[in-house]
Every structure is written in C-alpha cells, then in structure tokens.
Design a binder for this molecule. Sequence first.
Ligand code: MN
Length: 430
Amino acid sequence: MEPQGLRFSLSSFEYFLLKKAKYLLCAGDIPSGGKRTPKRYRYAVSHFNVEAEKATERKLPRRPVIYDTTLRDGEQMVGVRFTQAQKLDIARGLAKIGVHQIEAGFPAVSDEELRAIKAIVKEGLGPKILVLSRILKEDIDAAVDSGADMVMLFVATSDIHLKHKLHMTRGQVRQMLAEALEHARSRGIEFSFTPEDATRSDWGFMETLFRKAEEAGASRLGIADTTGSATPEATALVIRKLKRISKLPLSVHMHNDFGLALANALAGFREGATHINASVSGIGERAGNVPLEQLVGAVQVLYGIDMGIDMEGLTNLSHLVCRYAKVQMAPHAPIVGRNAFAHESGIHVAAVLKDPSTYEPIPPECVGNERRICFGKHSGRTAVRKKLEERGLVKDDAFVEKVLRKVKARGEENGGVSEAEFWEIVQGLG
Ligand code: MN
C-alpha cells in the first residue's frame, strides 16, 4: 500500500510558519506496533523557505513516495556486491525507517539475484517491493517469479542508445514495447514504464511510448536522467510535458554526474512528480543517485513535508550501507558524515557551545548523528577551557593560553589534534 498523499496545504504550512518555523514534527521511534512516537526537534532553517513557498503560485505538491534503489542501482556501482544477508539487512533497515517502496533488484541478472529478491519479498517488511525489467518476456517472467509487487519496465529511447546500444530503430522499440506491455498485463503483475536516457530522448517518440504504456494499464510512468545531464529546469520541463499527457503518478530517477541529482529530483517533485528514487548515501552507477538521507532531510525539514520517515535512523543506515558496499563515506557528507556536525574554528565553537543553532540548522540527534568539537590550528580558548572543565580541571587563563598555543602548533603540523594528543599536551604542561 502506498501512503495516501497528504495534501500539505499552504494553510498548514503557514501554521508551521506561525510556529516561527522552528519546531517541526519529526518522525521518532517506530515501535513494533507501527505507531510512531513523534518527537519535536528545534530546527533553525531559512525562513525564506516558507516565504518562497508563499510566493509561488502553485500549492506545495502532495507528499512524495520515496522508492529506494540501494539494492538495484546502488549495487550496480563499480566494485559493489551485496550478499543476500546484507541485502536483507539493508531492506530491513529501509523498512525500519519507513521508506515507502524498495527496488529490490533486477531479477533477470542472475539466479542469485532472483533468490535474494524472493528472500526480501518473503520477509513481508511492509514497503512495496519493486523490481526492474527490460521489455523482454523472460525478464517479465523472472519479475513475476520473484513475487515482487510491481515490475518497472524500461527501454532506452535516445538515439544514442538506439544506435550504439540496442541497434534498433524507433519502430522496433515501439513494437517490442507493445509486446512486453501485453505480456506484463497477461501475467497480471502491476507494472510501470520508464524510458531510459529520457532526458536525451526525443519527446515525440517518448510520448507515443508513454501513451502506449498507459493504454496497456501501466500504474505509473517515469523518467530517467540516466547520464545525470539535465538541469533542474529541464527536469521540470519534462515532467510538465508528461503531466500534460497523463494523469498517472510520475516518478523521477536521477543521476548525480553534475552533482544535481537531488536538485533535479526536487525540481521534478515541485512540478508534480509523485515518486522519487534515491539510494542510501547516493550509491549507484558512476557518480551515483539521489542520496536518500539528503532527500529526506530536504523534503521533511526544508520543505516541511512529513513523509513519515524516521530521520533518526539515517546515519546508522548510511554507515551500514557504506560498510557493506566497501565505500568510504566522505567525512563532509551532508546529514550523515562524520563532519556534518563537527566544529573546530574558535569563533564557531564558542558560538555552538552557547547555542548549537548558530552553526547547525538541525540538531545532530534528529538524524542519529553527533556533534563533535575538534581541535586544530583554528581552535580558540573557549573550546580548550570547556574541554578542561569537562574533566573537572579549572585552570587560569595563562594555562588555557599555553594549551591553546600548543594545540594550534600541533594542528598546524598535522591538520588536526586528536583527543589523546590534546590530553598529552595538557599533561605535558603539568
Ligand atoms: Mn540508474
């Protein structure tokens, strides 16, 4: 079951504004009963977000459905291969934080892949399970065999792909799609249709395929920015065109080749796309996909649309997936990175120690991350004094100054001063 779109009307958004845009309901723990215990966190994000919403003519879209592709596009990342146990773990993790739909794999890839999908289906985790399929009978049969709830049919539609990859004419693709749609319908499985490389495809050609898919009974249509080469404006334009010809739910699968996957996904969402594809930590082909944690943060915090996703689980889930994928998470990864709530420079630390919202738009606990006060060449005396006080060491200004000088010198040499090194310095000074 897809969650019913909860219309977040402007008035409720204004209500949120009246609350000074500082407090927003955030998904808390999800006990086994499935009932969320909401917690309130203090957010300090730009008030212009709300003003901008009010200034646009369109209403905020319905809350989006997130479908996660960590197990499909994520596993297609160079060097990544998940074991069945790891896939199950990831699927459980996604379900636990409340991700609405899970793209569990590509059944036609291998018997092992098919087995893993079946195992995920068997878990009955709650989220709808989706699988990918080319427009081939055997792929569709494998998808049906997997027990998944929905099969996502795709075929490349750009001339580049037709010529150099498929070696097919547009007419042949049209014919092949018609047969696949008929087969999917005859197998009785729910199906969607997405042109691969949509953002480099001829609109007129795609339009004929979209119409065919809808006539055949597709339950949703999607676009794929396979090469991550569209701008947010282009993404919005394509969704606008699609909305003009279909009332079906629309999905966006975006790539991050220019670092715009998230911006593009949000642009598509603004324009009316209802289903957004993401992967944990953005893992995926080449530069990857829309990072789930960033998407959830942007939608739930910046746009203030509660999708029912438990943000507190995001950091652990990201670390789990990076570990399984053998991917080094960037220290400055938004939301979940080790440095996402870390501070070193004297001015920042002094301010954060007084009120974290000075340099943190959201508290680290709300995404399961933690604040770190670090030492290095940019450190200031407030951090040093605070650190000493934590151990009950009350020292005079002269001593603090001496420690600070050494800390800064060590930081200048090494780029950072560890906890152990800090106390070494203190000890050395008696
Ligand atoms: Mn992809």
